[in-house]
Write a protein that binds this ligand. Structure first.
Ligand code: HCR
Length: 432
């Protein structure tokens, strides 16, 4: 990889030194201006739906009333493949878009508590309709962003949240994601639990950071099917960057043996991938079917209201002056404008403390699953997350995303952020 002109600069070398001794909170690091992004992390929730047609696709694979059991089963597997395709299609936006638009991975602005980012994906396609995004910073220490994405035309709803925790190794930053997403296709009465892969940031010595995904993530359907996705950076599967292998199994028990895979998908999530039946690895050279070409379909970007119409808690309005200072590389102004926001936040927290109150999240609630299990009516009102976690043998605790039940991480609290539709329906200040 080419070394960027910034690699030898004193600001970069002192940044690298600060990384070596950092405390795990990446947002607390003071970074040189060329590595700062003018965009807040609260905006990253939009990456889940830059291909809205793929997000809703599974809902359109409904069996008709006279369908035989075989036809119903075939469609259920097709929906699992469709959801897997949508998920793979989100990855280029999630993990490559800053490199594509700004030349390298950048350090995003650290959202303040209560910051929101909203918008919609509009198309001329009547069948697809409009998809909306609500993203809210529900915690500042540690930073946690929650989001809800809805397409009413297709009755498709996605919600989730994420938090990161980082450690440093000799040449890279290792990041574990916490949180998960829940996807509902209400017309077919099906839901999915989606876990988030670990990642590491490479290219630090060359001052040209980029993300590599690693480990495993899961997509568990309420109909039993499970997709197990394994990620690798350059080298392991094929010598190419951003490679993955996804295997779809009938159920979690079948995952014990890779030979049980019904479908195998393999390739680069930032480029082309191929699909074949069974457990053998598909490849273009064998004439296997193209699964997804990430470079062939451009992402549809979210439409966001003009700044003048935004509420003061909306991300782009709140960070406008900092963003402009970053774009003009004015370090003193960045510092000055950032301090205004930070001091304002400190004052707010102090006032709340003095008044004995706590900041109330806007559209999301922290649901305690231990309480729910003890007090909830599990039989007549089963919880989607608990059912899917049980089907996939995944931990329900606040463990790194994708941790298995009975693994060393499967302990502690079981509190997860959930969208509260009533709160959104009662929202009077923030418009999409
Ligand atoms: C790690 C990261 C912040 C978190 C970003 C997350 C995990 C946020 C949720 C999205 O759904 C997916 C996602 C994608 C990003 O790749 C990931 C960011 C990559 C870098 C950034 C660090 C905080 C920046 C550290 C500073 C570097 C450039 C030295």
């Amino acid at each position: 990889m080419a070394t960027s002109a910034y690699a030898q600069s004193s600001s970069w070398t002192s940044f690298l030194k600060s990384i070596v001794s950092f405390n795990g909170d990446l947002s607390s690091l003071t970074a040189p201006v060329f590595i700062l992004s003018p965009t807040s992390l609260s905006e990253y929730s939009q990456y889940w739906s830059e291909h809205p047609e793929l997000l809703v696709a599974a809902n359109q694979l409904k069996p008709d009333e006279n369908a035989t059991k075989d036809e119903v089963d075939v469609l259920a597997l097709k929906r699992q493949i469709a959801v897997t395709k949508w998920f793979i299609a989100t990855l280029r936006s999630q993990y490559c878009s800053r490199n594509e638009s700004m030349g390298a991975e950048k350090k995003p602005l650290n959202p303040f508590l209560g910051e929101v980012f909203v918008g919609k994906w509009e198309t001329d396609d009547e069948k697809l309709g409009e998809t909306i995004l609500l993203s809210e910073q529900v915690s500042h220490h540690p930073p946690v962003t929650a989001y809800a994405i809805a397409n009413k035309t297709n009755n498709v709803y996605l919600q989730g949240y994420n938090e990161i925790r980082s450690t440093i190794s000799t040449t890279s930053i290792n990041v574990k994601q916490y949180g998960h997403a829940l996807l509902e296709y209400r017309d077919v009465g099906e839901s999915y639990l989606i876990t988030l892969p670990p990642l590491h940031i490479e290219g630090l010595l060359a001052a040209s950071p980029f993300v590599e995904l690693e480990g495993t993530s899961y997509i568990q359907s309420s109909n039993g099917y499970i997709t197990v996705i394994e990620y690798s950076g350059r080298g392991y599967f094929s010598g190419k960057k951003n490679t993955f292998k996804a295997r779809i199994y009938k159920d979690q028990i079948s995952t014990i043996n890779k030979q049980n895979a019904l479908i195998t998908i393999s390739g680069q999530w930032s480029d082309k991938s191929y699909i074949s039946k069974g457990s053998s690895t598909p490849h273009s050279k064998n004439g296997d079917e193209l699964f997804y070409d990430a470079l062939a379909s451009e992402p549809l970007h979210l439409s966001v209201k003009p700044i003048e119409e935004q509420h003061e808690l909306e991300s782009r309005k709140a960070w406008l002056k900092v963003s402009e200072a970053i774009k003009s590389s004015d370090y003193d102004l960045i510092h000055q404008e950032k301090s205004l926001i930070e001091n304002n936040q400190r004052e707010l927290r102090k006032k709340e403390k003095d008044a004995g109150i706590k900041w109330e999240t806007r559209w999301f609630d922290l649901k305690d699953y231990e309480d729910w299990i003890n007090e909830g009516d599990n039989e007549s009102n089963p919880d989607i997350f608990l059912s899917l976690a049980s089907l996939s043998n995944l931990s329900i605790h606040n463990a790194p995303s994708g941790s298995l039940k009975n693994s060393k991480y499967d302990e502690g609290e079981a509190k997860h952020w959930r969208f509260n539709l009533k709160k959104w329906e009662e929202e009077s200040e923030i418009k999409i």
